[in-house]
Write a protein that binds this ligand. Structure first.
Ligand code: GAP
Length: 445
């Protein structure tokens, strides 16, 4: 049962240390959020799950981690300087500024200015000289550095189509209208794959990536009922796309995009290539192309061709929001409310909490520490040593943050080397021998 509304999730995130408003002690900054002690774990578990499925579990994808600051020429050639903008209007009555298609009901049409284009990229300078010509942007998508590194990756790995390059990392957009907590923000993370294929094979690969990405979100614990596909109509497609299918999630504020899977054709490799005419590329040909690379491959007959690219592009922050919402559940136990985050164990910020029954009994505390240290060495993620004493309260707190198991060390543990293991979802407790506890946790996580 997902959260009733976004406020419930925001309250949990603040209370338990998942997500905070950035610069909060100075009044906060709109559209910026910081991930706290539990948020950083959840986010990194989600990213690791993506990397594992996209890079490690396939044999046709390489990874990349490129610079965020991007030379202006790259984003000129990609089309972002000219087209990555939203129409903006001002309301003369309330003084607020909105995206033209997102004006709230309380503003009257006659109070609005004519729409004008507002570029969403953050601009800055590299180095001390500002000559007004060569400057940089904070990247608006991670994709472009994959295209500009295409030749480097091909030359260093001897890859040929079909193959992909994956990258996760920050992207920045000076959004006009923010939305729903971390749903639409100005600094966020993306998990993007550019999968290069032979022209003609693109429709088949597009379909296959839509299916595989939809299944991946289900594997992260999102129910079938909360997901749907949206075939983006031609007049809504991005400037580079031939076809896009969005994976939509039922967020607390409505059904919206979680991930887009686009067929970007040869647009980007074409735009960043020299000798575009010679390569017969359909992309927007620019007069002053400064790229010195031919971003193309040779086929069996040594003919040059520019690969088409299929791009599954997911938002990490939207993923975190969807997963928190989906896992959030409130139960009634003996007339009292129990909030439980039913996260898939591989995503849980804390994999197990180990707690001594008595916080001032040296033998119990020392055995509990030993158990924690041994479990930590398994490399499953964070294991927490919890020495606040009140076991009942600890259980409830760990339910609320999604810890799959709580392990209690008590007097009996000293006698017979067993511990109590409590399951988050069933609340059932069982005694497990210390020499079996590692296997037990490995099986769960
Ligand atoms: N490279 C393609 C691309 O960037 P996009 O649809 O603009 O396509 C991809 O973005 C994903 O990035 C979206 O599905 C969404 O999850 C995430 N995203 C985009 N803008 C965002 C924002 N302002 N705040 C949070 N996430 C955002």
């Amino acid at each position: 049962m997902p959260a009733k509304n976004i406020e419930e999730l925001i309250a949990l995130c603040k209370r338990r240390g998942f997500i905070f408003q950035s610069n909060e002690i100075y009044g906060g900054t709109q559209g910026l959020y910081d991930y706290g002690p539990l948020g950083v774990e959840l986010k990194s578990n989600l990213k690791n799950a993506w990397w594992k499925s996209i890079v490690y579990e396939r044999d046709d994808v390489e990874g990349l981690d490129a610079a965020i600051l991007t030379k202006n020429t790259v984003l000129k050639h990609s089309g972002h300087e000219d087209t990555f903008s939203d129409p903006m209007v001002d309301c003369k009555s309330c003084g607020e500024r909105f995206r033209a298609d997102q004006v709230p009901d309380y503003c009257k049409k006659e109070d609005l200015t004519e729409p004008r284009q507002f570029n969403l990229m953050f601009k800055t300078n590299i180095g001390p000289v500002d000559d007004g010509k060569s400057f940089a942007y904070l990247r608006p998508e991670t994709a472009q550095s994959i295209f500009t590194n295409f030749k480097n990756v091909v030359d260093s790995t001897a890859r040929t189509v079909p193959f992909g390059i994956a990258q996760m990392g920050k992207a920045f957009r000076n959004e006009i209208t923010l939305k729903s907590f971390i749903f639409r923000v100005r600094e966020f993370e993306q998990m993007e794959l550019e999968f290069f294929v032979r022209p003609g094979d693109d429709d088949k690969w597009h379909k296959s990536w839509v299916e595989s990405r939809l299944q991946w979100w289900k594997d992260q614990g999102i129910s079938d009922m909360s997901l749907e596909l949206y075939d983006v109509p031609a007049d809504e497609l991005a400037h580079y796309s031939k076809a896009t299918v969005d994976i939509m999630y039922k967020f607390p504020h409505g059904v919206e995009e979680l991930e887009g899977v686009a067929n970007r054709t040869d647009f980007d490799l074409g735009s960043h290539s020299k000798n575009q005419k010679e390569l017969n590329i359909k992309a927007n040909v620019l007069n002053n192309n400064e790229s010195n690379s031919k971003l193309a491959l040779q086929d069996e007959n040594n003919n040059w061709f520019v690969p088409f690219v299929i791009e599954p592009s997911a938002g990490v922050d939207r993923g975190v929001l969807a997963i928190l919402n989906e896992a959030y559940s409130v139960e009634e136990i003996d007339g009292k409310e129990r909030v439980v985050l039913k996260l898939k164990p591989h995503l849980a910020p804390i994999k197990a909490a180990v707690m001594p029954l008595k916080k001032n009994d040296e033998n119990i505390v020392s055995l509990a520490k030993k158990v924690k240290d041994n479990l930590q060495k398994l490399g499953l993620g964070r294991i927490l040593f919890e020495n606040s004493g009140n076991i009942g309260k600890n259980y409830r707190r760990h339910d609320e943050v999604g810890t799959p198991v709580c392990i209690t060390v008590d007097f009996e543990s000293l006698d017979n080397q067993t511990v109590t293991v409590r399951d988050r979802d069933t609340m059932k407790q069982e005694r497990i021998s210390l020499d079996k506890i590692s296997e037990h946790l490995k099986k769960i996580v």
